[in-house]
Design a protein around this ligand. Structure first.
Ligand code: PLP
Length: 406
Protein backbone atom coordinates (compact mmCIF):
# COMPACT_ATOMS: atom_id res chain seq x y z
CA UNK A 1 0.00 0.00 0.00
CA UNK A 2 1.42 3.39 -1.07
CA UNK A 3 1.94 5.42 2.09
CA UNK A 4 2.05 8.97 0.81
CA UNK A 5 2.14 10.43 4.34
CA UNK A 6 5.31 8.48 5.06
CA UNK A 7 6.85 9.61 1.81
CA UNK A 8 5.94 13.23 2.53
CA UNK A 9 7.63 12.95 5.92
CA UNK A 10 10.88 12.16 4.08
CA UNK A 11 10.83 15.57 2.35
CA UNK A 12 11.48 18.30 4.95
CA UNK A 13 10.50 21.20 2.69
CA UNK A 14 6.95 19.86 2.34
CA UNK A 15 6.16 20.79 5.93
CA UNK A 16 6.97 24.47 5.47
CA UNK A 17 4.49 27.24 4.85
CA UNK A 18 4.52 29.72 1.99
CA UNK A 19 2.71 33.03 2.44
CA UNK A 20 1.19 31.70 5.65
CA UNK A 21 -0.29 28.61 3.95
CA UNK A 22 0.95 25.04 3.83
CA UNK A 23 3.14 24.60 0.76
CA UNK A 24 1.42 22.80 -2.12
CA UNK A 25 4.33 22.07 -4.42
CA UNK A 26 3.10 21.43 -7.95
CA UNK A 27 6.17 22.53 -9.89
CA UNK A 28 7.83 19.14 -10.05
CA UNK A 29 8.11 19.34 -13.82
CA UNK A 30 10.61 22.17 -13.35
CA UNK A 31 12.47 20.59 -10.43
CA UNK A 32 11.53 18.16 -7.68
CA UNK A 33 12.12 18.47 -3.94
CA UNK A 34 14.75 16.37 -2.17
CA UNK A 35 14.24 13.66 0.46
CA UNK A 36 16.25 13.84 3.69
CA UNK A 37 18.42 10.88 2.59
CA UNK A 38 19.67 12.92 -0.36
CA UNK A 39 20.27 16.01 1.79
CA UNK A 40 22.12 13.84 4.33
CA UNK A 41 24.22 12.16 1.64
CA UNK A 42 25.26 15.54 0.21
CA UNK A 43 26.09 16.88 3.69
CA UNK A 44 28.03 13.74 4.60
CA UNK A 45 29.98 13.80 1.35
CA UNK A 46 31.10 17.37 1.99
CA UNK A 47 31.54 17.04 5.76
CA UNK A 48 33.37 13.72 5.92
CA UNK A 49 34.19 12.19 2.57
CA UNK A 50 35.12 14.94 0.17
CA UNK A 51 38.09 14.85 -2.22
CA UNK A 52 38.54 14.86 -5.96
CA UNK A 53 37.78 11.61 -7.75
CA UNK A 54 39.90 9.30 -9.93
CA UNK A 55 43.18 11.09 -9.25
CA UNK A 56 44.22 10.57 -5.68
CA UNK A 57 45.60 7.51 -3.96
CA UNK A 58 44.74 8.82 -0.51
CA UNK A 59 41.85 7.53 1.55
CA UNK A 60 39.35 10.33 0.96
CA UNK A 61 39.87 10.29 -2.77
CA UNK A 62 39.37 6.53 -2.79
CA UNK A 63 36.11 6.82 -0.83
CA UNK A 64 34.82 9.65 -3.03
CA UNK A 65 35.78 7.75 -6.19
CA UNK A 66 34.06 4.57 -5.04
CA UNK A 67 30.88 6.43 -4.11
CA UNK A 68 30.90 8.43 -7.34
CA UNK A 69 31.61 5.44 -9.58
CA UNK A 70 28.92 3.34 -7.86
CA UNK A 71 26.35 5.77 -9.28
CA UNK A 72 27.09 4.59 -12.82
CA UNK A 73 25.79 1.16 -11.80
CA UNK A 74 22.78 2.63 -10.01
CA UNK A 75 21.81 4.65 -13.09
CA UNK A 76 22.25 1.54 -15.25
CA UNK A 77 19.94 -0.44 -12.96
CA UNK A 78 17.42 2.42 -12.86
CA UNK A 79 17.29 2.54 -16.67
CA UNK A 80 17.37 -1.22 -17.26
CA UNK A 81 20.83 -1.14 -18.81
CA UNK A 82 22.94 -4.30 -18.41
CA UNK A 83 26.37 -2.79 -19.04
CA UNK A 84 27.12 0.29 -16.95
CA UNK A 85 29.85 1.36 -19.36
CA UNK A 86 27.05 2.62 -21.57
CA UNK A 87 26.25 5.32 -18.96
CA UNK A 88 28.00 8.70 -19.18
CA UNK A 89 27.59 10.77 -16.01
CA UNK A 90 27.03 14.48 -16.54
CA UNK A 91 25.33 17.60 -15.20
CA UNK A 92 21.88 16.94 -16.70
CA UNK A 93 19.93 16.54 -19.90
CA UNK A 94 21.10 19.78 -21.48
CA UNK A 95 24.71 18.63 -21.29
CA UNK A 96 23.75 15.12 -22.39
CA UNK A 97 21.96 16.22 -25.57
CA UNK A 98 24.67 18.75 -26.41
CA UNK A 99 27.21 15.95 -26.07
CA UNK A 100 25.29 13.89 -28.63
CA UNK A 101 24.95 16.90 -30.93
CA UNK A 102 28.65 17.83 -30.78
CA UNK A 103 30.13 14.39 -30.29
CA UNK A 104 27.99 12.16 -32.47
CA UNK A 105 25.91 14.27 -34.88
CA UNK A 106 28.25 17.10 -35.92
CA UNK A 107 31.00 14.87 -37.31
CA UNK A 108 28.51 12.61 -39.09
CA UNK A 109 25.71 14.77 -40.51
CA UNK A 110 26.11 16.86 -43.64
CA UNK A 111 24.17 19.57 -45.44
CA UNK A 112 20.77 18.25 -46.49
CA UNK A 113 20.69 15.44 -43.91
CA UNK A 114 17.51 15.48 -41.85
CA UNK A 115 16.75 15.38 -38.13
CA UNK A 116 13.17 14.52 -37.18
CA UNK A 117 11.72 16.19 -34.09
CA UNK A 118 8.31 16.22 -32.47
CA UNK A 119 6.72 19.63 -32.06
CA UNK A 120 6.52 19.13 -28.28
CA UNK A 121 10.27 18.96 -27.62
CA UNK A 122 11.87 21.00 -24.85
CA UNK A 123 14.39 23.59 -26.06
CA UNK A 124 17.14 21.32 -24.71
CA UNK A 125 16.15 18.86 -27.44
CA UNK A 126 15.76 21.54 -30.12
CA UNK A 127 18.48 24.17 -29.84
CA UNK A 128 21.47 21.77 -30.13
CA UNK A 129 19.93 20.56 -33.43
CA UNK A 130 19.51 24.17 -34.60
CA UNK A 131 23.29 24.46 -34.15
CA UNK A 132 23.65 21.77 -36.83
CA UNK A 133 21.13 23.57 -39.05
CA UNK A 134 22.97 26.88 -38.69
CA UNK A 135 26.49 25.53 -38.94
CA UNK A 136 26.25 22.74 -41.45
CA UNK A 137 22.96 22.99 -43.29
CA UNK A 138 21.20 20.08 -41.61
CA UNK A 139 17.42 20.21 -42.12
CA UNK A 140 15.05 20.02 -39.12
CA UNK A 141 11.72 18.36 -39.85
CA UNK A 142 8.83 18.51 -37.42
CA UNK A 143 6.08 16.04 -36.61
CA UNK A 144 2.94 17.53 -35.07
CA UNK A 145 0.86 16.18 -32.23
CA UNK A 146 -2.89 15.64 -32.74
CA UNK A 147 -5.66 17.67 -31.08
CA UNK A 148 -5.34 15.67 -27.83
CA UNK A 149 -1.58 16.22 -27.74
CA UNK A 150 -0.79 12.63 -28.73
CA UNK A 151 2.08 11.80 -31.07
CA UNK A 152 1.26 8.97 -33.45
CA UNK A 153 4.44 6.87 -33.74
CA UNK A 154 3.41 5.97 -37.29
CA UNK A 155 3.35 9.68 -38.23
CA UNK A 156 6.97 9.93 -37.14
CA UNK A 157 7.89 6.76 -39.01
CA UNK A 158 6.09 8.06 -42.13
CA UNK A 159 8.14 11.26 -41.95
CA UNK A 160 11.40 9.30 -42.35
CA UNK A 161 13.11 9.86 -45.70
CA UNK A 162 16.35 8.49 -47.13
CA UNK A 163 18.00 11.66 -45.75
CA UNK A 164 16.90 11.11 -42.14
CA UNK A 165 19.91 10.48 -39.91
CA UNK A 166 18.53 11.14 -36.45
CA UNK A 167 15.19 11.21 -34.62
CA UNK A 168 15.12 13.33 -31.46
CA UNK A 169 11.97 12.78 -29.46
CA UNK A 170 10.73 13.19 -25.94
CA UNK A 171 9.49 10.19 -23.98
CA UNK A 172 7.04 12.37 -22.04
CA UNK A 173 6.06 15.97 -22.71
CA UNK A 174 6.87 18.43 -19.94
CA UNK A 175 3.85 20.53 -20.97
CA UNK A 176 1.13 18.13 -22.15
CA UNK A 177 2.05 15.09 -20.07
CA UNK A 178 1.76 13.03 -23.26
CA UNK A 179 3.68 9.77 -23.18
CA UNK A 180 5.26 8.81 -26.47
CA UNK A 181 5.33 5.19 -27.59
CA UNK A 182 8.95 5.37 -28.72
CA UNK A 183 9.48 1.63 -29.16
CA UNK A 184 8.05 1.30 -32.69
CA UNK A 185 9.87 4.49 -33.69
CA UNK A 186 13.16 3.01 -32.46
CA UNK A 187 12.50 -0.29 -34.27
CA UNK A 188 11.70 1.45 -37.57
CA UNK A 189 14.72 3.72 -37.21
CA UNK A 190 17.09 0.90 -36.37
CA UNK A 191 15.96 -1.09 -39.40
CA UNK A 192 17.07 1.89 -41.50
CA UNK A 193 20.30 2.68 -39.60
CA UNK A 194 18.84 5.90 -38.15
CA UNK A 195 19.76 6.88 -34.59
CA UNK A 196 17.12 7.79 -31.99
CA UNK A 197 17.79 10.20 -29.15
CA UNK A 198 15.09 9.96 -26.48
CA UNK A 199 14.70 12.78 -23.97
CA UNK A 200 13.77 10.95 -20.78
CA UNK A 201 13.93 14.00 -18.49
CA UNK A 202 10.27 13.68 -17.54
CA UNK A 203 9.46 10.04 -18.29
CA UNK A 204 12.06 8.60 -15.92
CA UNK A 205 10.45 10.53 -13.04
CA UNK A 206 6.96 9.11 -13.39
CA UNK A 207 7.40 5.39 -13.97
CA UNK A 208 9.73 2.52 -14.80
CA UNK A 209 11.95 2.86 -17.87
CA UNK A 210 13.85 0.11 -19.61
CA UNK A 211 15.96 1.66 -22.33
CA UNK A 212 17.15 -1.67 -23.69
CA UNK A 213 13.54 -2.71 -24.23
CA UNK A 214 12.83 0.64 -25.92
CA UNK A 215 15.71 0.02 -28.32
CA UNK A 216 16.90 3.63 -28.49
CA UNK A 217 20.47 4.76 -29.18
CA UNK A 218 20.62 7.61 -26.65
CA UNK A 219 18.50 8.27 -23.53
CA UNK A 220 18.97 11.39 -21.37
CA UNK A 221 17.96 11.94 -17.74
CA UNK A 222 18.46 14.87 -15.38
CA UNK A 223 19.02 14.47 -11.64
CA UNK A 224 17.17 17.45 -10.21
CA UNK A 225 13.81 16.24 -11.53
CA UNK A 226 14.52 12.78 -10.08
CA UNK A 227 14.53 14.09 -6.50
CA UNK A 228 18.33 14.45 -6.69
CA UNK A 229 20.68 17.45 -6.73
CA UNK A 230 20.80 19.93 -9.59
CA UNK A 231 23.98 19.61 -11.65
CA UNK A 232 23.68 15.82 -11.87
CA UNK A 233 22.46 13.58 -14.65
CA UNK A 234 23.38 10.89 -17.12
CA UNK A 235 23.01 9.77 -20.67
CA UNK A 236 22.75 6.22 -21.92
CA UNK A 237 24.65 5.71 -25.15
CA UNK A 238 24.44 2.31 -26.81
CA UNK A 239 27.89 0.80 -27.15
CA UNK A 240 28.07 0.90 -30.94
CA UNK A 241 27.05 4.57 -30.91
CA UNK A 242 29.59 5.34 -28.19
CA UNK A 243 32.28 3.89 -30.45
CA UNK A 244 31.17 6.36 -33.15
CA UNK A 245 31.26 9.35 -30.80
CA UNK A 246 34.03 11.91 -30.63
CA UNK A 247 34.73 13.64 -27.27
CA UNK A 248 32.75 16.82 -26.80
CA UNK A 249 34.97 18.42 -24.16
CA UNK A 250 38.69 17.97 -23.60
CA UNK A 251 40.56 18.13 -20.31
CA UNK A 252 41.67 16.07 -17.37
CA UNK A 253 40.26 12.65 -16.57
CA UNK A 254 39.26 11.82 -20.16
CA UNK A 255 42.84 11.13 -21.26
CA UNK A 256 45.42 8.42 -20.68
CA UNK A 257 48.39 10.40 -21.97
CA UNK A 258 49.05 13.85 -23.29
CA UNK A 259 52.25 14.96 -24.96
CA UNK A 260 53.21 17.97 -27.03
CA UNK A 261 52.17 16.17 -30.19
CA UNK A 262 49.46 13.70 -29.28
CA UNK A 263 46.66 12.66 -26.97
CA UNK A 264 45.61 9.18 -26.01
CA UNK A 265 42.05 9.16 -24.75
CA UNK A 266 40.73 7.19 -21.84
CA UNK A 267 38.41 4.28 -22.59
CA UNK A 268 34.68 5.08 -22.84
CA UNK A 269 32.70 6.17 -20.91
CA UNK A 270 35.52 8.12 -19.16
CA UNK A 271 36.58 9.47 -22.55
CA UNK A 272 33.42 11.57 -22.47
CA UNK A 273 33.73 12.87 -18.89
CA UNK A 274 36.27 15.69 -18.99
CA UNK A 275 37.34 17.66 -15.93
CA UNK A 276 36.28 17.47 -12.31
CA UNK A 277 32.69 16.26 -12.36
CA UNK A 278 29.80 17.15 -10.07
CA UNK A 279 31.12 14.72 -7.46
CA UNK A 280 28.72 15.35 -4.63
CA UNK A 281 25.76 16.04 -6.91
CA UNK A 282 26.28 12.69 -8.58
CA UNK A 283 26.58 10.89 -5.25
CA UNK A 284 23.28 12.55 -4.28
CA UNK A 285 21.72 11.40 -7.55
CA UNK A 286 22.62 7.79 -6.73
CA UNK A 287 20.88 8.09 -3.36
CA UNK A 288 17.82 9.69 -4.98
CA UNK A 289 17.49 6.90 -7.54
CA UNK A 290 17.85 4.26 -4.82
CA UNK A 291 15.15 6.08 -2.88
CA UNK A 292 12.80 6.01 -5.88
CA UNK A 293 13.50 2.34 -6.56
CA UNK A 294 12.86 1.51 -2.89
CA UNK A 295 9.48 3.23 -3.05
CA UNK A 296 8.96 1.33 -6.30
CA UNK A 297 8.68 2.82 -9.78
CA UNK A 298 5.44 0.94 -10.49
CA UNK A 299 3.98 2.17 -7.20
CA UNK A 300 4.97 5.76 -7.99
CA UNK A 301 3.36 5.44 -11.43
CA UNK A 302 0.12 4.03 -9.95
CA UNK A 303 -0.08 6.78 -7.31
CA UNK A 304 0.46 9.51 -9.89
CA UNK A 305 -2.07 7.94 -12.28
CA UNK A 306 -4.68 8.16 -9.54
CA UNK A 307 -3.74 11.78 -8.86
CA UNK A 308 -3.86 12.55 -12.57
CA UNK A 309 -7.36 11.11 -12.98
CA UNK A 310 -8.58 12.98 -9.91
CA UNK A 311 -7.04 16.26 -11.10
CA UNK A 312 -8.54 15.86 -14.58
CA UNK A 313 -12.00 15.22 -13.04
CA UNK A 314 -11.75 18.27 -10.81
CA UNK A 315 -10.49 20.50 -13.63
CA UNK A 316 -13.32 19.25 -15.86
CA UNK A 317 -15.68 20.82 -13.31
CA UNK A 318 -14.23 24.28 -14.03
CA UNK A 319 -15.68 25.20 -17.39
CA UNK A 320 -13.49 28.32 -17.58
CA UNK A 321 -10.29 26.26 -17.59
CA UNK A 322 -8.86 24.81 -20.81
CA UNK A 323 -6.38 21.99 -20.32
CA UNK A 324 -3.79 21.52 -23.06
CA UNK A 325 -3.19 17.83 -23.64
CA UNK A 326 -5.81 15.18 -22.99
CA UNK A 327 -4.16 12.15 -24.58
CA UNK A 328 -5.10 8.82 -22.98
CA UNK A 329 -2.57 7.59 -20.41
CA UNK A 330 -0.99 11.02 -19.98
CA UNK A 331 1.11 11.76 -16.91
CA UNK A 332 -0.08 14.03 -14.10
CA UNK A 333 1.12 17.23 -15.77
CA UNK A 334 -1.61 19.79 -16.47
CA UNK A 335 -0.97 22.91 -18.52
CA UNK A 336 -3.97 25.16 -18.67
CA UNK A 337 -5.29 28.57 -19.49
CA UNK A 338 -8.18 30.42 -17.88
CA UNK A 339 -10.90 31.96 -20.06
CA UNK A 340 -10.94 35.75 -19.98
CA UNK A 341 -8.12 38.19 -19.55
CA UNK A 342 -6.11 36.47 -16.84
CA UNK A 343 -2.52 35.88 -17.89
CA UNK A 344 -0.74 32.73 -16.72
CA UNK A 345 1.70 34.83 -14.70
CA UNK A 346 -1.13 36.57 -12.83
CA UNK A 347 -2.86 33.27 -12.09
CA UNK A 348 0.34 31.77 -10.76
CA UNK A 349 0.88 34.82 -8.54
CA UNK A 350 -2.59 34.39 -7.01
CA UNK A 351 -1.98 30.66 -6.50
CA UNK A 352 1.32 31.46 -4.79
CA UNK A 353 -0.54 33.66 -2.30
CA UNK A 354 -2.43 30.48 -1.37
CA UNK A 355 0.82 28.52 -1.02
CA UNK A 356 0.32 26.72 -4.34
CA UNK A 357 3.48 26.60 -6.50
CA UNK A 358 2.91 26.15 -10.23
CA UNK A 359 4.96 27.21 -13.24
CA UNK A 360 3.75 29.86 -15.66
CA UNK A 361 5.15 30.67 -19.08
CA UNK A 362 6.27 28.80 -22.17
CA UNK A 363 8.03 25.96 -20.34
CA UNK A 364 10.94 26.07 -22.85
CA UNK A 365 8.69 24.79 -25.64
CA UNK A 366 8.38 27.62 -28.18
CA UNK A 367 7.32 25.40 -31.15
CA UNK A 368 4.65 23.67 -29.05
CA UNK A 369 3.23 26.98 -27.80
CA UNK A 370 3.01 28.17 -31.43
CA UNK A 371 1.32 24.90 -32.43
CA UNK A 372 -1.22 25.26 -29.60
CA UNK A 373 -1.75 28.94 -30.40
CA UNK A 374 -1.13 30.09 -26.82
CA UNK A 375 1.56 32.42 -25.59
CA UNK A 376 1.78 30.97 -22.07
CA UNK A 377 0.13 28.45 -19.77
CA UNK A 378 0.07 27.65 -16.09
CA UNK A 379 1.39 24.19 -15.36
CA UNK A 380 0.62 22.02 -12.34
CA UNK A 381 2.98 19.05 -12.40
CA UNK A 382 2.73 16.31 -9.80
CA UNK A 383 5.29 14.14 -8.07
CA UNK A 384 5.40 11.07 -5.87
CA UNK A 385 4.55 13.03 -2.71
CA UNK A 386 1.49 14.93 -3.89
CA UNK A 387 -2.00 14.16 -2.60
CA UNK A 388 -5.66 14.50 -3.55
CA UNK A 389 -6.00 17.10 -0.77
CA UNK A 390 -3.43 19.20 -2.60
CA UNK A 391 -5.46 18.89 -5.80
CA UNK A 392 -8.43 20.28 -3.85
CA UNK A 393 -6.30 23.20 -2.63
CA UNK A 394 -5.23 23.89 -6.23
CA UNK A 395 -8.88 23.96 -7.32
CA UNK A 396 -9.82 26.30 -4.45
CA UNK A 397 -6.99 28.66 -5.39
CA UNK A 398 -8.03 28.58 -9.05
CA UNK A 399 -11.60 29.46 -8.06
CA UNK A 400 -10.27 32.43 -6.12
CA UNK A 401 -8.18 33.55 -9.12
CA UNK A 402 -11.21 33.17 -11.39
CA UNK A 403 -13.36 35.27 -9.02
CA UNK A 404 -10.70 37.99 -9.05
CA UNK A 405 -10.20 38.08 -12.80
CA UNK A 406 -13.69 37.26 -14.12
N1 PLP B 1 13.83 18.00 -21.52
C1 PLP B 1 12.67 18.10 -20.85
C2 PLP B 1 11.46 17.34 -21.35
C3 PLP B 1 12.59 18.88 -19.70
O1 PLP B 1 11.43 18.99 -19.05
C4 PLP B 1 13.76 19.57 -19.26
C5 PLP B 1 13.71 20.45 -18.07
O2 PLP B 1 12.80 21.21 -17.88
C6 PLP B 1 14.94 19.42 -19.99
C7 PLP B 1 14.93 18.62 -21.11
C8 PLP B 1 16.20 20.11 -19.59
O3 PLP B 1 16.72 19.59 -18.45
P1 PLP B 1 17.92 20.30 -17.67
O4 PLP B 1 17.61 21.76 -17.64
O5 PLP B 1 17.93 19.68 -16.35
O6 PLP B 1 19.17 20.03 -18.43
Amino acid sequence: MYDVARIRADFPILSREVNGKPLVYLDNGASAQKPQVVIDAVTKAYAHEYANVHRGLHTLSTIATEKYEAVRGIVARFLGVGDEEQIILNSGTTEGINMIAYGWAMPRLQAGDEILLSVMEHHANIVPWHFLRERQGVVLKWVDVDSTGALDPQAMIDAITPKTKLIAVTHLSNVLGTKVDVKPICAAARARGIAVMVDGSQAAVHGPVNVEALGCDFYAITGHKLYGPSGSGAIYVRKDRMAEMRPFMGGGDMIKEVSRDAVIYNDPPMKFEAGTPGIVQTIGLGVALEYMMNVGMEAIAAHEEDLGRYTQDRLNGLNWITVQGTAPGKAAIFSFTMDGAAHAHDISTILDKKGVAVRAGQHCTGPLMAHLGVDATCRASFGMYNTREEVDLLIEALELAHDLFA
